[in-house]
Every structure is written in C-alpha cells, then in structure tokens.
Design a protein around this ligand. Structure first.
Ligand SMILES: C[S@@+](CC[C@H](N)C(=O)[O-])C[C@H]1O[C@@H](n2cnc3c(N)ncnc32)[C@H](O)[C@@H]1O
Length: 224
C-alpha cells in the first residue's frame, strides 16, 4: 500500500491512503484531534475518577500516535498501571514510520526514540514501568481474547470508507471484550454508526467534536 505522509495544521503528521482516499486523522491537526477524542474524552475521566488499573483497546494502531499520547499520560501518572492493547492488520513499513513527527516529541524529546520502537515487529513491551503495550497484527473481528477492557479507542477509518467496521455485528463482538460500563470513544458521529452501537447494547452520547467538528461519540457498554 502506498501511504503518503501529510503534515496537518498543528504540525503533526498523518497518513493518506490513496486506495480509500482517506486520511488517518483530521487535517486540522492529527495530534490535536487525537488528544481531544481519545485522551480528553476517553482516558482522562478514568484517571480523574482515581482508577488505578486501566486496560485500553485501540482499533487501528496506524501511526502510533495514540500509543505515544497514552505513554505521556502514563508518565504523568506513575501510580496508575496502564495496559494498552492495539490492533493493526496493516502495520507501517519502517520507511513510512521514519517520516512521522508529532509536536509532543518536541516538548518531550525523551520520547523521540520510542516512535521507531513502536513500529518494530513485536507483541508485548513494557515502554514504562507502569505502561505495557500489546500489539496484535489482526483486525477486530479476528481478535477474540476475553480481555475485560475499560476503554476503547475506536479509530477505524470512517463509516463511509470502511462500513464493515461500524456494523451491529462488530459492536456486538466488541462488547463481549469489555467490562460492564466500559467506555468507547471515537471521532466519528454518523447516525447509522450510532444506531448500530445502540442496537449492540451501548448507551451512546454525543460530545463536542475535535477542532471545530460538530460531534464525536462517547458510548458506554451496558452489562451483558
Ligand atoms: C484512521 S486510521 C488509524 C488511526 C490511528 N489510531 C493513528 O493514530 O494513526 C485506521 C487504522 O485502522 C486500521 N485497520 C484497518 N482495518 C482494520 C481492522 N479490521 N481492525 C483494526 N484496524 C484496522 C488501518 O490499517 C489504519 O491503520
């Protein structure tokens, strides 16, 4: 796949997939969007509630930006144990990974060597004493472990481009991987996708979207 590196408005890079005619992030700011959707709306409420062990599942590792942003949160909260599981059926080549850059790396240069490590081929790594990352080179429907996740970063391509990842079947499968009341956050807010989440047993809320986007979704898994 010929992925192109694109610099977004906040200075962070994203990728463009010409086959899908789709960017991996908002062109208004890859880092800003990911901070808003996954960190501020997803992880921070759990940290602020005092949760001491947080298990996260990311759908679509992509550039590794969410792995890095979550590492920064783990470093700032050393008493919290974060287990990060991330799925990616199409991992990046070393060449593409080498061209990525995010402003958070300028603010925390000690993280610079971590980005290439994220994109090497491995399964489990302790990136910090309180931050374990587990990588799986599979798609969501092939990930069947019983994992009891607290939080899902749902960062698949959008429902128009990859409709097979926003179905009732997919959200029903996802719910079997989650603790009751686990939270799912995603940048998208398409009506059909919301209805599919509801049909699969999620309570769905619309929040203000990132960087001028009207809406995003935060949903909670009802007990099975
Ligand atoms: C919007 S991009 C990823 C954004 C990523 N979180 C980031 O920060 O770069 C969507 C990602 O989902 C991956 N993907 C495609 N099919 C998938 C599947 N069935 N399950 C999980 N991930 C998938 C794509 O390869 C791509 O990396």
């Amino acid at each position: 796949m010929n992925l192109e590196i694109v610099t977004t408005a906040d200075g962070s890079t994203t990728l463009y997939n010409p086959e899908l005619n789709e960017h991996y992030h908002s062109q208004r700011g890859a880092q800003g969007e990911s901070e808003h959707v996954y960190i501020q709306a997803g992880l921070r409420p759990l940290l602020e509630a005092g949760q001491k062990h947080i298990k996260i599942l990311e759908i679509g590792t992509g550039t590794g930006l969410n792995v890095l942003l979550t590492l920064r949160e783990a470093a700032a909260n050393p008493s919290v144990q974060i287990e990060y599981h991330t799925l990616e059926p199409f991992p990046l080549s070393a060449d593409v990974a080498a061209g990525l850059h995010f402003p958070l790396l300028d603010e925390a240069p000690e993280l610079v060597p971590i980005l290439p490590i994220i994109h090497k081929h491995w399964n489990n790594k302790k990136l910090l004493p309180n931050y374990d990352v587990h990588k799986y080179y599979v798609g969501l429907l092939d990930f069947a472990a019983c994992q009891n996740f607290d939080l899902v970063y749902f960062s698949a391509f959008g429902p128009k481009k990859q409709p097979d990842l926003w179905t009732i079947e997919v959200f029903t499968h996802l719910r079997t991987l989650l603790k009751p009341n686990a939270c799912l956050v995603t940048y998208a807010s398409q009506g059909q996708a919301r209805r599919n989440m509801q049909a699969a047993g999620f309570e769905v809320f619309k929040l203000k979207g990132a960087l001028g986007k009207n809406e995003m979704i935060r949903a909670f898994a009802k007990a099975l």
